[in-house]
Write a protein that binds this ligand. Structure first.
Ligand code: PEP
Ligand code: CO
Length: 462
């Protein structure tokens, strides 16, 4: 055992090993798993503890209403799609959404990608049967491959190491795009190039034109624009595979504290958030800002207990609750939980995930969501916080920068037939580029109502 690992053990990070861990794959070869884990314990961290601390501060600001969080990306990233084009399109989409929100609501936007590590998926069943053949379920590229063949579906621990390398190359590109000139606000128009002909893009161009003018005016007046050249962009994923997360945990040399250096922000999913479970235990020992998904069966008592367990010192920004109630339940279920957390004095940042409570199968058999229902859950989330005088702190969405057809509705009015045109997701349906911008305009209206009297942003039908 290395000294670094001894320090981690002394910091208590292995206490989770005695708890039940849900949603872990059945690795057929224990030695191969150990070899992968040993390799990962020696690789350089993907992120630094100091960066995670900066994000914690931003999340605290969002919890107070001084910023707004935009967290987005694929349901499941795949290794094959970690290409420059796909990654650039996703970053561009998130940057465009952030510009719409920042400009529309005069609020700093904290940008977090479900990117550079979102490779592990919880599944409702361990296996999948097609035409009488039963194979292990696809659990994300970090475990197995989605194609329905025996060899592809057998969990392969070498994929843990591959996931690290693909995360590293994705993060490298994210850092290059966001600090190397591409994200310069003076290029705000160019992010929209190649997209034309619909209302969301026209509205975006209008905002970009106004930003351009303001920037040129400030430049002429001698303003210093160094700060506009780069943007902060953070990585996140569901901390599902504990072997992987533990192997990428490091002791921060400044503070002596343990951080999971696989991403800046990690969250616990709805299916693994039980109080005595291994995921909560492990996350209680690392010092990153962390999230917990809360579904419609959650209670105020669950949320308060999780906040106490994961944030005993009540540090602002440490805990983000991501509510994913479903549009039909958010107005009934969420108020009691938010009020309970508030009354317990727990400092948390609230995000809405309007995707995961609103999934259904279309008549033609596609797993889909409706744009209008997604939007309705976001509205419900804002209404609940407005009624309780608490803060709606951000939006968590599944999106892609490409022109896919996975979510029904939006101004392009994708219908059941339209879904077949370009349905690519391996797991959950994502907003496409246009639907993402549309969502940003609509949320910017809600956000500016949060902050001040309403502004007209999205052009409504004349
Ligand atoms: C997800 O975010 O892709 C996910 C599985 O969410 P949840 O844990 O909320 O079901
Ligand atoms: Co999903």
């Amino acid at each position: 055992m290395t000294t670094a690992d001894e320090k981690l053990v002394a910091a208590g990070v292995d206490s989770y090993l005695t708890c039940e861990a849900r949603q872990q794959p059945h690795w057929p070869d224990a030695e191969a798993l150990q070899r992968a884990v040993d390799r990962l314990k020696k690789v350089p961290p993907l992120v630094f503890a100091g960066e995670a601390d900066v994000l914690r501060g931003h999340l605290a600001a969002a919890g107070r209403g001084d910023a707004f969080v935009l967290q987005g990306g694929d349901c499941a990233e795949t290794f094959a799609e970690a290409t420059a084009d796909r990654i650039r399109n996703k970053i561009k989409t998130i940057l465009q959404m952030a510009v719409i929100l920042t400009y529309g609501a005069s609020t700093p936007v904290v940008k977090i990608g479900r990117m550079a590590g979102q490779y592990a998926k919880p599944r409702s069943s361990d296996s999948e049967t097609r035409d009488g053949v039963t194979l292990p379920a696809y659990r994300g590229d970090i475990v197995n491959h989605s194609s329905f063949e025996r060899d592809s579906r057998i969990p392969n621990p070498e994929r843990l190491v591959d996931a690290y390398h693909v995360s590293a190359s994705t993060l490298n590109l994210i850092r290059a795009f966001t600090t190397g000139g591409f994200a310069d606000l003076r290029r705000v128009h160019q992010w929209n190039r190649g997209f034309a002909g619909n209302r969301a893009y026209a509205a975006y161009d209008k905002v970009a034109g106004e930003i351009d003018r303001a920037v040129r005016f400030m430049e002429a007046a001698g303003g210093d624009f160094e700060a506009l050249k780069t943007v902060e962009f953070f990585s996140s994923h569901e901390a599902l595979l504990l072997d992987y997360e533990r192997a990428l945990t490091r002791i921060d040399s400044r503070s002596g504290l343990a951080y999971d250096c696989s991403a800046h922000f990690l969250w616990i999913g709805e299916r693994t958030r039980e109080l005595g479970g291994a995921h909560v235990e492990f996350m209680s020992k690392i010092h990153n800002p962390i999230g917990v998904k809360l579904g419609p069966r959650s209670t105020a008592a669950d949320a308060v207990a999780l906040a106490e367990r994961l944030n005993p010192d009540n540090i602002p920004g440490r805990i983000t609750f991501v509510a994913r109630m479903g549009a039909d339940r958010v107005r009934d279920v969420l108020p009691g939980i938010v009020a309970g957390v508030r009354d317990a004095g727990a400092s948390v940042t609230w995000l809405t995930d309007p995707m995961h409570g609103n999934t259904f199968t279309s008549e033609s058999g596609f797993k889909t969501r409706r744009f209008e229902t997604i939007l309705d859950e976001v509205k419900g989330f804002f209404e609940v916080h407005r009624a309780l005088d608490t803060v709606p702190g951000g939006l968590h969405v599944e999106l892609t920068g490409d022109d896919v057809t996975e979510v029904m509705g939006g101004t392009a009015e994708i219908d059941d037939e339209g879904l077949a045109r370009r349905y690519e997701t391996k797991v959950d349906p994502r907003l496409n580029h246009e639907q993402s911008l549309e969502m940003a305009f609509l949320v910017s209206e809600l956000l500016s109502e949060r902050n001040q009297p309403p502004l007209e942003q999205f052009p409504v039908d004349d």
